[in-house]
Design a protein around this ligand. Structure first.
Ligand code: AHR
Length: 492
């Protein structure tokens, strides 16, 4: 089958926002302990940070990292993780023993080593306005007050100036410690946001949306919490995880659901904005997304409390990498409204980076589309209006076989495409406004040996004919084509 797209610099969506290449570090399983932090490991630095994981984090191109949860944050006392006394506590979310050896100051030192922006979450499960303000005062107030002076006493003279703050986590979920109704949460989030802004007016605040698009309160939750907190917040969160579950054709179309989810939440946010007669737009923070074989996860209800248990350490396939590539295409396609996105999580927990305690760290398949997109998506995101065959899926109904987006930076064009068809190649023609020269192409196909994804498969043949690029996009594959189009700048 044939597929077409048009690449024109005037079809601008938005500038490429680096915050779309975020990740997430939760005190869950081995993400922190023996993931990013393992004192005594041969690769550990003076802080106990695994330098092998730090190097992979930089290679991944991660921009912002959300912390410390996740479900964990809804029972967390942040004070336990600062200063010399670190009480050992029960973490009820994941039935863990939390030693608190790693806390806010360790995380902030780690973010600087990794070159990433922190995105903190406050506990709105078991705690409220006061503790959120105390934490913000400790982190961002210069000095001369109880909490800021305590930070100074802990050896951190300058305030951190953390800008991004999440108002709790998945507060719509019955599993959440301190789960709330939309009204209860909307009120609390609004009052917490107002008070936090009094401590530091420079912060950006994320309101909890639904835990996923299948929640019974999906849509209604967003409308209600926004009615309460529209003026006080900047972003609304989205979370979703996808899995193959024996249905590869449907799984390859997972990004169709992500796309519809984003579209629905943008409409909901704008509806509330219109109803409240506000000019301000609420943008989205897709701060948990990934592939997660959730049906294989049995939960922890009956497990003993344990320190750094092995939790959801999924081993990813090449098909998972293709779907992750498509999620990134989808996030870029919505770059005008999705301002932040965090792949969950960074290390060991359904992660691009895996580690062995005391042993090596390695890249999983899903590392590669992330790292390549983060590196090559530069400049401006362009709408490319792909056309081609439709696929029939049991999960999502009709879905376009071709998913694509492009970015342009000077004369450099990066085209990201997924052929979602499980068995049919697509003959792609891309039309540009000026003569084009292909530079390179990279393919990850669902059928690849997951171990070979590490080395990246053979390059794809791309032909140029004047202002046209043609290529055969293999079935069930993610493809990235880099090209130069000298006159593109003038066309702009
Ligand atoms: O990322 C794993 C968990 O998934 C997070 O703790 C929670 O927010 C979500 O349900």
């Amino acid at each position: 089958p044939q597929a077409h797209l048009t690449l024109d610099p005037s079809f601008r969506i938005a500038p490429v926002n680096r915050r779309l290449f975020g990740s997430f570090v939760e005190h869950m399983g081995r993400c922190v302990y023996t993931g990013i932090y393992e004192p005594g490991h041969p690769a550990a630095d003076d802080h106990g940070f695994r330098t092998d994981v730090l190097e992979l984090t930089r290679e991944l191109g991660v921009s912002v990292v959300r912390y410390p949860g996740g479900n964990f944050v809804s029972g967390y006392r942040w004070e336990d993780g600062v200063g010399p006394d670190r009480p050992t506590r029960l973490d009820l979310a994941w039935r863990q023993i939390e030693t608190n050896a790693f806390g806010l100051n360790e995380f902030m030192t780690w973010t600087r080593a990794a070159g990433v922006e922190p995105m903190m979450a406050v506990n709105l499960g078991t705690r409220g306005i006061q503790e959120a303000c105390d934490l913000l005062e400790y982190a961002n107030h210069p000095s001369g007050t109880h909490w800021s002076d305590l930070r100074v006493k802990h050896g951190v003279t300058d305030p951190y100036g953390i800008r991004l703050w999440c108002l709790g986590n998945e507060m719509d979920g019955p599993w959440q410690i301190g789960h709330k109704t939309a009204h209860e949460y909307g009120r609390l989030a609004n009052e917490t946001a107002k008070a936090m802004r009094l401590v530091d007016p420079g912060i950006e605040l994320v309101l909890c949306g639904s835990s996923n698009s299948g929640m019974p309160t999906f849509g209604a939750w967003e409308a209600t919490v926004l009615e309460h907190a529209y003026d006080a917040v900047d972003y609304l969160s989205l979370h979703n995880y996808y899995e193959e579950n024996g249905d590869l054709p449907g799984f390859l179309c997972s990004a169709v659901d992500m796309d519809r989810y984003i579209t629905a939440i943008v409409a909901t946010a704008d509806h509330i904005g219109a109803k409240l007669r506000r000019k301000k737009k609420i943008n989205l923070s897709f701060d948990e997304w990934n592939v997660w074989n959730q049906s294989r996860f049995t939960g922890r209800e009956r497990s003993p409390f344990q320190e750094a248990p092995e939790l959801i350490e999924d081993t990813f396939t090449a098909a998972d990498a293709v779907v992750v590539g498509d999620f990134l295409i989808t996030l870029l396609r919505h770059a005008d409204r999705v301002s932040i996105a965090c792949q969950a999580q960074l290390a060991n927990i359904i992660a691009p980076i895996r580690t062995e305690p005391g042993g090596p760290a390695w890249r999983q398949t899903i590392f590669h589309p992330f790292a390549l997109t983060a590196r090559h998506a530069r400049g401006t995101v362009l709408r490319v209006e792909p056309s081609g065959p439709l696929l029939e899926t049991g999960r999502y109904g009709e879905a376009p076989a071709l998913s694509a987006v492009a970015t342009v930076d000077g004369s450099r064009v990066a085209l990201f495409a997924v052929n979602r068809s499980p068995d049919q190649d697509l003959d792609l023609t891309a039309r540009l406004p000026a003569p084009v020269r292909p530079v390179s192409a990279t393919v990850i196909a669902a059928g690849d040996d997951p171990h070979r994804v590490e080395a990246l498969p053979e390059p794809l043949a791309v032909q140029a004919d004047g202002d046209r690029l043609t290529a055969r996009l293999p079935a069930a594959a993610w493809t990235m084509i880099l090209a130069d189009c000298e006159n593109l700048r003038d066309q702009h």
